[in-house]
Write a protein that binds this ligand. Structure first.
Ligand code: TEU
Length: 569
């Protein structure tokens, strides 16, 4: 395929969580007109694509990832006319828009499910229904058809009194799974996608798309009743027909034919499966989101049990993904999204002394990898996690359910809150801080989730015009990717793989070679230059700290440097 056909290999994507980006009508919730009011900001950042988290009609049980009408904008966010204006505004500035495609499940308030609840209805088989487990009493605990647990706590099955059967929901009970085995479901999804493409949308981020194919017959998993299956054992990810259906979707919607942007969110995906999803000749997806690098700071199977991130394991994982997809597929690159805590708090050091440097260095090591980088709103400002005191401070159903489930299991509430403060998805959902005005310039009303306490100093206006800001650094990284083919396509080699403080790698393209040096700690670290390619006559292309290095052999806390080498190793 030509480079024009694979334009997404040169792109940088910016994710907008509309509820928290900018509020134009003062109701405390972000909206489409708020985004339209900030198009110049996005253009100045230099991003090529905007990924818009769901704006469809929804009961908002999961903040829009529970869709009740795929073809309309929820009034909370505005109107279809607003969306048309946003699409036109992005296109006029040379940017593209991809929508969030959430089709593993719908809302239980979607007309399809309302109809499907009727036994014998034409849409009954659009969802996954099963009778109570053999020998059990329907509606009683333990009568669920399989022992699967929901991501949001409790069983993955809910009993529907009216029809006397259970329906499957891998997420909340208000998010019933669609039955993709039914060709009518697939055709309805593809037709809906076509309508968005004809409206000017340039592609899709596909929510948990590797969950649409389950292993049939549905059976108990290897863990106890109600427990969350680990991905490696799951019976509902990367199932037998997922590749077939993605090929069918691509052809039916014209995804490759029209060079649309597609990224699959594929929890638990392996490198081997990612190759199947993204190899160009397969014409399925351009890339996927992998999750392995998001689990190294997890202490055991519970995502809210934390431990310090082991840099050797994490940097080796990114190098393995690069090698595993090189020449066979393509990767996304991300630290942050609306489900993950803020990377500067999670993997960096968000203290006043080190926040800026660690945010810039985390960005540098990620953006100097091969793949399509995704920037989540606020990440480019070095936004830290929020401050949550009590469970009442949270809004995310996953966090709230987790707290009450663990308290009921006898855990110490104070300890549960420690994990939630570190990993709750609400950390990513605090409003964008635009200025030091009241409510950070996000709204003239009361924000649905409080703005971060540091907004007076951490906000976009404060960083505009500051060449040493995190914002300026992200702009330089994006510009570097656009300008330098070695950043986009160069081969990667990880050096000092077992070093627990330094992240060092080269990028090589023909006779060119770049060296990335990064200190991933809050202390100065010596660099074993003798073990690295020569820096003689090397050019410092990008540094995290002002001015030339004071001591080439030492990296200051959270200091990173990108060199263009004069002599290839
Ligand atoms: O997330 C699916 C997923 O990967 C889950 O593991 C998710 O990370 C969640 O936090 C459980 O820990 C997608 C969306 O990104 C998420 O916002 C939705 O809640 C979910 O699917 C259901 O649509």
């Amino acid at each position: 395929m030509s480079s024009e056909e694979q334009w997404w290999r040169q792109a940088v994507v910016y994710q907008i969580y509309p509820r928290s980006f900018a509020d134009a009508n003062g109701d405390g919730v972000g909206d489409l007109r708020g985004i339209i009011g900030h198009l110049d900001y996005l253009e100045a950042l230099g991003v090529d694509v905007v990924w818009l988290s769901p704006i469809y009609r929804s009961p908002m049980d999961d903040n829009g990832y529970d869709i009740a009408d795929y073809d309309d904008v929820d009034p909370l966010f505005g109107t279809l006319a607003d969306l048309d204006e946003l699409i036109a505004g992005l296109h006029a500035r040379g940017m593209k828009l991809i929508m969030d495609l959430v089709v593993n499940h719908t809302s239980d308030e979607h007309p399809w499910f309302v109809e499907a609840r009727q036994l014998g209805s034409a849409k009954r088989d659009w969802y996954v229904w099963r009778p109570a487990r053999e020998g059990a009493i329907a509606g009683q605990p333990g009568a669920e058809p399989t022992n699967w647990g929901s991501f949001f706590g409790g069983p993955a099955w809910s009993y529907d009194e009216a029809s006397g059967e259970y329906y499957l929901h891998l997420f909340s009970r208000k998010q019933p799974d669609l039955n993709w085995e039914n060709p009518q479901v697939r055709e309805a999804v593809y037709a809906m996608m076509r309508r968005w493409v004809e409206r000017g949308v340039d592609g899709f981020r596909m929510d948990v798309i590797n969950l649409i194919s389950k292993q049939y017959p549905l059976s108990d998993g290897p863990t106890g009743p109600g427990e969350q299956l680990s991905w490696s054992q799951t019976l509902w990810a990367d199932g037998p027909r997922v590749q077939e259906w993605l090929t069918e979707m691509n052809q039916a919607v014209g995804l490759s034919a029209e060079q649309l942007f597609t990224v699959g969110e594929t929890p638990g995906v392996t490198i081997a499966n990612a190759r199947e999803y993204t190899r160009p000749d397969a014409q399925r997806l351009n890339m996927v989101f992998q999750f392995e690098h998001m689990a190294f700071d997890q202490d055991g199977p519970d995502k809210f049990h934390l431990k310090p991130v082991p840099w050797p394991a994490l940097k080796q994982n990114l190098a393995q993904w690069d090698a595993g997809l090189a020449g066979q597929g393509w990767n996304s690159l991300y630290w942050c999204n609306h489900d993950q805590p803020r990377v500067v708090s999670r993997f960096g050091d968000d203290s006043p002394e080190h926040r800026v440097a660690s945010a810039k260095t985390l960005a540098t090591v990620l953006h100097l990898h091969r793949g399509t980088p995704f920037i989540y709103q606020g990440e480019e400002l070095g936004m830290p996690n929020a401050t949550f005191i009590d469970v009442s401070d949270f809004r995310d159903l996953e966090s709230i359910n987790y707290f009450h489930t663990r308290v009921a299991a006898g855990d110490d509430p104070a300890q549960i809150l420690v994990g939630l403060r570190g990993k709750s998805r609400d950390n990513a959902r605090t409003p964008m801080p635009w200025s030091d005005a009241p409510m950070a310039g996000f709204t003239t009303g009361t924000p649905w989730l409080p703005v971060i306490g540091e907004f007076k100093t951490i906000n976009a206006a404060a960083q505009e015009g500051d060449p040493e800001s995190v914002l300026a650094h992200y702009r330089r990284l994006i510009e570097l990717r656009h300008r330098e083919e070695i950043v986009r396509e160069g081969d990667l080699e990880l050096l000092l793989p077992d070093d627990e403080r330094l992240w060092v790698f080269t990028r090589t393209l023909g006779a060119q070679q770049w060296l990335v040096l990064a200190n991933m700690t809050s202390h100065a670290v010596g660099v074993p230059l003798s073990a690295l390619p020569s820096l003689e006559d090397a050019e410092l292309v990008l540094g995290s700290h002002p001015g030339p290095p004071t001591d080439v052999q030492t990296l200051r806390p959270w200091e990173s440097r990108v060199y263009r080498l004069a002599h290839r190793a």
